[in-house]
Design a protein around this ligand. Structure first.
Ligand code: SF4
Length: 306
């Protein structure tokens, strides 16, 4: 089948089987087109709670499908590509976090929601990239182990000098590739353009930007202004924006480096195969693990997370 035929076949199959398709913003535009809902990982899992469909197909990476399952345990959740993982979410050993908890019983553990169900289950509270500063500020402990992203943790530390943020050696290899020199060079190449950056990038680069925020915050900034913008996050954001605003001065920083190959494992053929039972993977989580992981998400809501 060619691209158009595949898209048509997916639309018919999802309707016939009553499947909701979620797509993370970093997916290719063709995938965004066949999705019912597009957004950040946590926003997608929240949206899936309120739909009538009992089957959900996540076009993204494993931790995102897990979060959908944690918030909607009664639904059947499929990941579009069985090998689409996230190096940041999966690189920390849960045993290391358990040991830390034993040796630092007075420290709180905050987990970026972009992590595995195991690490969520070991945390006291989850945070999103847009709520991290707000939530950590409200956690009563002064000492906080922030996992798994040392860059987002460093950003939180810079915003909250009254807290002592402890970090482990984990990060998003895609965003971590950005250096302050790349930002300076892009500014020289595009004088007057604003820089919008994701706080998963190293803080030395983040501090040079005009706007630091989640994917949604970056999109809101671009939708709400007529400025020329250098976009320093995964290139899927830029790829979608240039279709929407073909005449805007938008520049992708380091497109090769800022490409997440795990996100791009999802293809139209893969989505079709998952819908027809020939691919993808059903997410199964042990009941105890699921409820512990859900507890740290519920704590995020208690602390005012959205
Ligand atoms: S962009 Fe980074 S955090 Fe997001 S899925 Fe890819 S490796 Fe993981």
């Amino acid at each position: 089948m060619d691209t158009q035929q595949l898209k048509q076949a997916i639309m018919e199959e999802k309707k016939r089987k009553g499947v909701l398709i979620l797509a993370h913003t970093y997916q290719d535009p063709d995938i965004l087109e066949i999705a019912d809902i597009v957004g950040d990982s946590y926003a997608l899992s929240k949206a899936a709670q309120n739909v009538p469909q009992n089957k959900v197909l996540m076009c993204g990476v494993r931790f995102m499908a897990e979060t959908v399952k944690i918030l909607s345990p009664e639904k059947e959740v499929l990941l579009s590509h069985a090998d689409a993982g996230c190096p940041m979410a999966e690189q920390l050993d849960p045993a290391e976090v358990r040991r830390y908890r034993e040796t630092h019983p007075d420290h709180a553990v905050c987990a970026y929601v972009n992590t595995t169900a195991q690490l969520k289950a070991l945390a006291d509270v989850c945070v999103t990239s847009s709520s991290a500063v707000e939530i950590v500020a409200r956690v009563p402990q002064e000492d906080i182990l922030f996992i798994p992203d040392k860059n987002l943790g460093a950003y939180v530390q810079a915003m909250l000098p009254q807290k002592r943020i402890h970090l482990m050696d984990g990060c998003c290899p895609v965003h971590n590739a950005i250096t302050p020199q790349m930002i300076e060079q892009a500014r020289r190449a595009h004088p007057g353009a604003k820089v919008a950056i994701h706080p998963e990038c190293p803080y030395e680069a983040v501090r040079l930007a005009d706007v630091a925020g989640s994917t949604k915050e970056i999109l809101d900034f671009i939708h709400g202004s007529g400025d020329a913008v250098i976009i320093a996050t995964e290139r899927g954001v830029y790829d979608a924006l240039v279709r929407q605003y073909p005449n805007r001065a938008l520049y992708q920083l380091e497109p090769e480096l800022l490409t997440c190959h795990d996100m791009k494992k999802t293809t139209l053929q893969g989505v079709y195969d998952a819908l027809t039972g020939k691919g993808g993977q059903t997410i199964e989580l042990d009941g105890q693990l699921l409820s512990a992981a859900r507890g740290s998400i519920e704590n995020m809501l208690r602390y005012g997370g959205r």
